[in-house]
Every structure is written in structure tokens, then in C-alpha cells.
Design a binder for this molecule. Sequence first.
Ligand SMILES: Nc1ncnc2c1ncn2[C@@H]1O[C@H](COP(=O)(O)OP(=O)(O)OP(=O)(O)O)[C@@H](O)[C@H]1O
Length: 275
Amino acid sequence: MSTAVEVDGTTEERTPPVLDLRAVTVRFGSVPALSRVSLALRAGEVTCVLGENGSGKSSLVAVVSGLLRPVEGELRLDGVPVRFRSPQQARSRGIATVWQDLAVAPLMSVWRNFFLGAEPTRGTWPLRRLDVGRAEEIAAQAMARVGVAGLDPAQPASALQAGERQCLAIARALHFGARVLVVDEPTAPMTIAQRALVLQSVVTARDSGLAVLFVTHNPQYAHLVGDRFLLLGGGRVAGDLTREDVDVEDLTRLVAGGDELTRLGEQLRAAHPDR
Ligand SMILES: Nc1ncnc2c1ncn2[C@@H]1O[C@H](COP(=O)(O)OP(=O)(O)OP(=O)(O)O)[C@@H](O)[C@H]1O
């Protein structure tokens, strides 16, 4: 089912969101980390979240991933209100998160990290055995799909570079049928080649029909892959723009004016202290 919306006087068909945040508020004590943030994530679309430190990006990731529960507002999955009690629950509903400080089990092989308990087996009980060959083949194919070709799946995960680790998590999400992919880009230094790998795998996920939420500090990277841009300032939505609204220079200017975004958020809060 799709809905028709008016865009510049023309009627455009838009699919309904997979995941919809409606006026979500999150507080830490009396500090509002997010204030009435709304956001619709659609299949085959990358939504980039941008904002300076403390603007609420991690809180937004935590809400979507089931780590934080909003005090106000709601999440809807396929139009139905949901309340995730844990990241496991969000994951079981098809929301895969690639955390900023993503951990891998460094001494375990790449394929073990890929399956993490969901390994393929062969034979029937009581002779059921782990099918290592098949597991390696699937992991290697899944990694190649996100742009990491020719990888030895038997090597320890510690041999992977930072971007490849993120790709491993994205490859898992694709293989296990996630519908929403949340990528919180690491702020730690990464080579351009590693960043490019992550961006490429975000595009692969989008082209495979996932709804992608991509959190980044970098407007250039955002503009390379984003269909929509959510600008946060002081926990509020300070801008919700599409590719048609902004070119990369506009986006860079808006994000570089992070202080302005924060001030705007504070002004909005002062104007509506009850919200
Ligand atoms: N665990 C916490 N306890 C108290 N306040 C918190 C906590 N986590 C975040 N905050 C506050 O909530 C607000 C939003 O923080 P958040 O970490 O979501 O921003 P961010 O945009 O992800 O920042 P960064 O880019 O530095 O990670 C900030 O004012 C922050 O100080």
C-alpha cells in the first residue's frame, strides 16, 4: 500500500514508513536528550542524522534500537505502536544496529562472528554437526555482497579493519533479513578506504530494500549516500530535508553552524517549556 502526497503541486506516491517515530521525548533526569522528535524511515531510503556533539544522535539510535524507552511519544512498526523492552526485542522485530563502538570477539573467526550462534548445521539429531564449510562460504559471500571481497572467513576477527568490522555487522543484518538498519558511524579515525567501504555497504543495504538510519558527523559522507537529512540541535529536529532541498555545500554550512542548530533548539524549548 502506498500513500499519495502533494509535492510541489504534483502527486507523488510514497510507501508508508517501516518505522515511524512520533513526537518522541527522552530525558536523563531533567535533561531532555530528545524533545518531540518525529522521523519516518522508509524501505529503500537512507536517512542521515547530523548534529554536533550532544545534539541527541546517540539517544535517537538508542530509542530506535530498543536501548532507551521514550517518556513521551511513540514508535510504530508497520503502522502498529511498539514498545521495545530491549535491543534483543528490537532485533527480533527486524531492527539491526551497527553500534559506534561495535565489538567483535577478536579471537573468534570472521565466520563465527558472522553467525554468533545461528550457524548452519548438517545431518539430523543426534548426528547434527556444525557445517563449517557452508558457514565459511555463506560468510564470505555475505561479506563480498557488501564490498569486502576475497576475505578469508577463517581468519580471526581481530584481523579486520574498523570499516570491515562495520561491514561484517551490515552483512549480518542483510543475511538475517533485517528491515531497518541503524549505522552509528564511528568517530574514531578511519582511512578513507575504510570509510568508503562502510558507505558502500550502506548503499547496498538501501538498494536491497532496507530502511537505513545513518548517523554521521560528516555532511560530505551524508550527502554521498543520504536521501533525507535530519538535523538535530539541542535534542530537537532543526531541519528535515531531502536531497532535492540541499546540495552538499548547503548541508555542510548547516551542520557547520552547529551552534546555531543548538541555539535554535534552545529557543524552541524556551518557547514551549511544557514540551
Ligand atoms: N547517560 C546519560 N546521562 C545523562 N545525560 C545524558 C546521558 N546520555 C546523554 N546525555 C545527555 O543527553 C544529551 C544528548 O546526548 P547524545 O549522546 O544523545 O548526543 P550526541 O549527538 O550523540 O553526542 P555525541 O556526538 O557526542 O555522541 C546531551 O545533553 C547529553 O549530555
